[in-house]
Ligand binder design. Structure first.
Ligand SMILES: [Zn+2]
Length: 79
């Protein structure tokens, strides 16, 4: 397999095949994570650095969205 068929994890540097791991793009950056553990580590570091004014609205939106998903799952179980 050619070298371009591999991504490099931005956290630990491990190389992994395209199609595996987690790939996220935002703000002109494409982030590659070989595992959810590395993605979690990056998320923690990112949140520590994010400005509150920037982070709070996005956090609120995501928490509300996930709350709705949890509520609909509970409804499905009851039916
Ligand atoms: Zn990694």
């Amino acid at each position: 397999m050619l070298a371009k068929d591999y991504y490099e994890c931005v956290v630990c540097g491990r190389k992994f095949p395209v199609g595996q791991g987690i790939v996220l793009s935002k703000g002109g950056y494409t982030l590659h994570f070989h595992s959810s553990k590395c993605a979690s580590k990056f998320l923690k570091l990112l949140l520590e650095r994010l400005d509150e004014g920037c982070a709070s609205p996005a956090l609120k939106e995501v928490l509300e969205e996930l709350s709705k998903v949890r509520a609909s799952r509970v409804k499905e179980k009851k039916i």
